[in-house]
Ligand binder design. Structure first.
Ligand code: ADP
Ligand code: MG
Length: 695
C-alpha cells in the first residue's frame, strides 16, 4: 500500500486514540508522515563495556553481569532499593526509588544492564537502569544504533514515549523496503553521491552502523536544504524578472552633498557597497539587497547617499527604523547632514500628531518630501507617495518578510529594497533567512577608532568598578550602566533598576544621573536621554532600551550588570554604544560568581573579540538557531526537521549551489524534467500553510 495515503490509525500499535494525539501533536496523518519523524539521537547498542571503563555521565552504556546482593533502605516515601551489580571483576551500585514493588531481581541470573551512569559521592552508580535477562536479549536489540524520537508531554501521557514511537515505526520496516518515490532528480542524486530517498529513510530509522546512519542523514538534510534554497532562489529569480525603476543618473543632489557636505572621507568598504547598490538601482531590475555592517561601521551615511541617488532620478525614499528613538535619531543625523542642501526630509512615527500627519501626507503625495524617515507607521495604507523608489529598512531582524512586502504596493512597481542590519548574520543564516536577498558587507570601521576593551568581573567587585568610573568621569567622560529587563519578571527587574539607580546616586553624589526604561512615558524618556546626550548628566542608568541607535561619542564606559542574563548579540549591541569617540573605551561585564559553562563561554568570547561576525557565529553555535528555525519567526519557507543551521553550513552551501545550477538554466522551473521539483515545492508549501492554520 502507498505509505503516503495509509492512515496512521491503521498502523500497527496506533489505533484511534493514539492516532488522534499524533495528528494533533505532530501533524502526523499518514504512515509516510510518521516515517518523516526523524530520530534526534542514536545510542549505540552494539557496544558492551566493563565497569572500570565508565568515565563520564553523558553516554548510555551496556554492561553484562549479575546481581550479587540487594536490599531496601528506609521506609515509606524515602524508601529505595539498592543492588550490587558485578561484571565479574568490579561492582557498581544500582538504585531504584520508584516501582520497587514491581522489581523482581534475581541473584545469579546474567543480565544486560543499560543506562546512563551518574556520579554520586565521587562514585558512579546507575539510577533506574534497564535490566534484561541475557536469555531474553534478542540479536535485534543489540544489533546497532537505537533511534530516539521527540515526543511531547501529551504524547508521553498517552504512553507514546520514544520507545513506543520506535516500535510503531519498526512495524513499517517491511513496507518501507518496497520503496518510496524519489523527491530528487536521479542526476542530482548521482552528482552529489546521495543515498536514494527510500534507503535514506530506511537507514535513518534502522541504521546498521554509524557511517550508514550519517549518509542517510546527509541525504535527508541535503533534500531539506535544497528545497528551501530552490524556493528562496526561485523567488529571487522571479523578482529579478520584475521590472524595477531605473535610476541611472548621478546628479545634483548626490554631487553637491558629496563635494560640500560629506563630513569625512568614505571608507573603502562604504564606497564598495555604494557601488554595489548603485549597480542594482540602475539595472532596470528591482533591488533586494541586505547590507550587513557591524555597529558603528557607518551604514547611515550609505543609506543617505543611496537616497540622494534616488532623488536625483526623481524618486522618493523611505527609511524605516524599528523604534521611535532610532527614527528620531536618524532624523537628527540626516537632517544635520543635509542642512546646506535643498533635500527635504520628513519624520513619521506613532507619536506624530494628526495635524502634522496630514500635512506630511500631502507633502509626500505632492513629491515635495524626498526622504521620509519613520517607524512602522509608514507602512500604513494612508501613507502614499508621489513616486516611491527606494525603501531602506534599518535593523531588519525585527520585522518579517510579510511587512517587507507591504512596501511593494506603495508604487506601481515594487521599489528597490535595502535592508540594513547591525547584527552581523552568520553565513548560514544569511543564506536561509535572507536567502532571497543579495548581500553587501561593510567589513571595515571608520579610521581612528580605538577598539573597546572588554573586562569581566563578578558583582562583588562593584566597589572597585565604581572607583574606576569615578576616574573616567573626572576626566570628562560619560558612563552607561545597564540593567537587564525581561518580560517575565518585569516588576522585579524594575525594582533592581530602581535600587541600582539609588546606589549609583549615592556613590556619585557630585554627579548627575539620568535614568531611562521602557515603562516611562516617551516624553520623559526623551528628556532624560537628551540630558545625557548634551552632557548635562554624566551617568545614564538604563535598561536595554538604549540597545539600538543611541549615539553619544563622549560616553566611554558601558557597565552591564548581571551580564549573564544577556545574549551574545545583545551584549555586542550594547558594547557598540561606546568606542565612538577619541578616548579609549571600556565595556565592563559584571556577573554572579557561579556561572554555567555556556555563560562563561559567552563572557570569554566577549572579552576575546570585538568582531561581530565571530560573535554571531559563536552565538549560533552556543544557542543554536533556536527560534530562528521556526518558520513563523524566521521567514524560512519551510521548517527544518533534520538539518541544522548551526552545524550544516557546508552542506547548505552545496545545496544552494545545486539549486542555483538548476534555476540558472530554468528560472521558473518550467522544463518537463523539473516537474518533480515544482510538484514537491507545491506540496511543501501546502503543508507549511496547513501548519500555520493549525497553530
Ligand atoms: P551604524 O552602521 O552602526 O549605523 P553609524 O552610521 O551610526 O553606524 O555611524 C557610526 C559613526 O561613525 C557616526 O558617528 C558616523 O558619523 C561615523 N562615520 C560614518 N562613516 C564614517 C567615515 N567614513 N569616517 C569617519 N566616521 C564615520
Ligand atoms: Mg545604525
Amino acid at each position: 500500500m502507498d505509505l503516503s495515503i495509509q492512515d496512521i490509525t491503521y498502523c500497527k500499535g496506533v489505533g484511534t486514540r493514539r492516532a488522534d494525539i499524533l495528528r494533533k501533536e505532530l501533524g502526523v496523518h499518514t504512515a509516510l508522515d510518521l516515517l518523516l519523524q526523524y530520530p534526534y539521537k542514536y545510542i549505540d547498542r552494539s557496544r558492551f563495556i566493563y565497569i572500570h571503563e565508565i568515565d563520564n555521565e553523558d553516554t548510555y552504556v551496556q554492561i553484562k553481569g549479575t546481581i550479587t546482593e540487594y536490599h531496601t533502605i528506609g521506609i515509606g516515601k524515602g524508601q529505595r532499593l539498592v543492588a550490587i551489580f558485578s561484571d565479574g571483576q568490579n561492582t557498581i551500585e544500582l538504585v531504584w526509588f520508584k516501582g520497587i514493588q514491581y522489581l523482581k531481581l534475581q541473584l545469579q541470573t546474567p543480565y544486560l544492564l543499560f543506562g546512563k551512569p551518574s556520579a554520586f559521592n565521587h562514585q558512579y552508580n546507575f539510577v533506574h537502569p534497564e535490566l534484561t535477562p541475557l536469555s531474553k536479549v534478542t540479536p535485534e536489540m543489540t544489533s546497532g544504533l537505537e533511534p530516539y524520537y521527540n515526543t511531547t508531554e501529551r504524547m508521553k501521557n498517552a504512553g507514546l514515549n520514544s520507545k513506543a514511537m520506535r516500535s510503531i515505526i519498526f512495524h513499517l520496516k517491511e513496507e518501507l523496503k518496497q520503496g518510496l518515490p524519489e523527491t530528487l532528480d536521479m542526476d542530482l542524486v548521482h552528482q552529489y553521491h546521495l543515498m536514494g530517498r527510500a534507503a535514506a529513510i530506511y537507514n535513518v530509522h534502522f541504521p546498521k552502523d554509524t557511517p550508514t546512519m550519517q549518509q542517510a542523514r546527509a541525504r535527508l538534510k541535503f533534500e531539506e536544504l535544497f528545497y528551501i534554497q530552490l524556493q528562496l532562489l526561485r523567488q529571487m529569480k522571479r523578482r529579478e524578472q520584475n521590472a524595477g525603476y531605473r535610476m541611472p543618473i548621478v546628479g545634483k543632489f548626490f554631487h553637491q552633498f558629496y563635494r560640500e557636505c560629506l563630513p569625512f572621507a568614505l571608507t573603502g568598504a562604504q564606497k564598495r557597497v555604494i557601488h554595489e547598490i548603485q549597480d542594482d538601482m540602475r539595472s532596470g531590475k528591482q533591488m533586494n539587497r541586505l547590507l550587513q555592517g557591524d555597529v558603528g561601521s557607518g551604514k547611515t551615511l550609505v543609506a543617505l547617499l543611496c537616497a540622494l541617488l534616488a532623488a536625483d532620478n526623481g524618486f522618493q525614499t523611505c527609511i524605516m527604523a524599528p523604534t521611535e528613538i532610532l527614527a528620531q535619531q536618524h532624523m537628527q543625523t540626516i537632517g544635520e547632514l543635509l542642512k546646506q542642501t535643498d533635500v527635504q526630509v520628513g519624520l513619521l512615527t506613532g507619536s506624530t500628531s494628526r495635524k502634522q500627519r496630514e500635512s506630511l501626507h500631502a507633502a509626500l503625495r505632492s513629491g515635495q518630501i524626498h526622504i521620509l524617515i519613520g517607524t512602522h507607521a509608514l507602512l500604513e495604507d494612508e501613507v502614499q507617495f508621489a513616486n516611491l523608489g527606494l525603501c531602506i529598512i534599518d535593523e531588519q531582524h525585527r520585522f518579517g518578510v510579510a511587512q517587507r512586502s507591504r512596501l511593494w504596493y506603495k508604487n506601481e512597481r515594487p521599489p528597490h529594497i535595502l535592508v540594513m542590519t547591525a547584527t552581523p548574520i552568520p553565513r548560514t543564516l544569511a543564506m536561509t533567512v535572507y536567502g532571497d536577498l543579495q548581500v553587501s558587507v561593510i567589513d571595515e570601521l571608520p579610521p581612528g577608532r580605538k577598539p573597546v576593551q572588554t573586562l569581566h568581573y563578578t558583582l562583588m567587585r562593584r566597589q572597585a568598578i565604581y572607583q574606576f568610573l569615578q576616574q573616567q568621569i573626572d576626566k570628562g567622560q560619560q558612563v552607561y550602566v545597564v540593567y537587564p529587563l525581561i518580560k517575565e519578571n518585569e516588576k522585579l527587574d524594575l525594582q533592581d533598576l530602581q535600587n541600582g539607580f539609588e546606589e549609583i546616586c549615592q556613590q556619585f553624589p557630585q554627579y548627575r544621573v539620568s535614568m531611562v526604561h521602557g515603562q516611562m512615558k516617551s516624553a520623559e524618556k526623551d528628556e532624560q536621554m537628551q540630558l545625557f546626550q548634551r552632557g548635562e548628566t554624566q551617568i545614564l542608568v538604563a535598561t536595554t532600551v538604549i540597545e539600538v541607535g543611541v549615539n553619544v561619542p563622549n560616553a566611554s564606559v558601558m557597565v552591564i550588570m548581571n551580564a549573564e542574563r544577556f545574549g551574545l548579540s545583545q551584549l555586542h549591541q550594547l558594547r557598540g554604544r561606546v568606542g565612538r569617540g577619541a578616548e579609549q573605551s571600556y565595556c565592563i561585564l559584571l556577573t554572579r560568581v557561579e556561572l554555567s559553562k555556556d555563560t562563561r563561554q559567552r563572557m570569554d568570547i566577549m572579552v576575546a573579540t570585538n568582531d561581530g561576525f565571530r560573535i554571531a557565529e559563536a552565538d549560533l553555535q552556543l544557542r543554536g538557531p533556536g527560534d530562528l528555525e521556526g518558520t513563523q519567526q524566521s521567514g524560512l519557507p519551510f521548517d527544518l526537521k533534520i538539518a541544522s543551521l548551526a552545524t550544516d553550513g557546508q552542506l547548505l552551501q552545496v545545496a544552494r549551489q545545486a539549486a542555483m545550477d538548476i534555476l540558472d538554466k530554468d528560472p521558473l522551473l518550467e522544463h518537463e524534467r523539473h516537474r518533480l521539483y515544482k510538484q514537491h515545492l507545491d506540496l511543501l508549501r501546502m503543508t507549511a500553510v496547513n501548519w500555520s492554520d493549525i497553530s
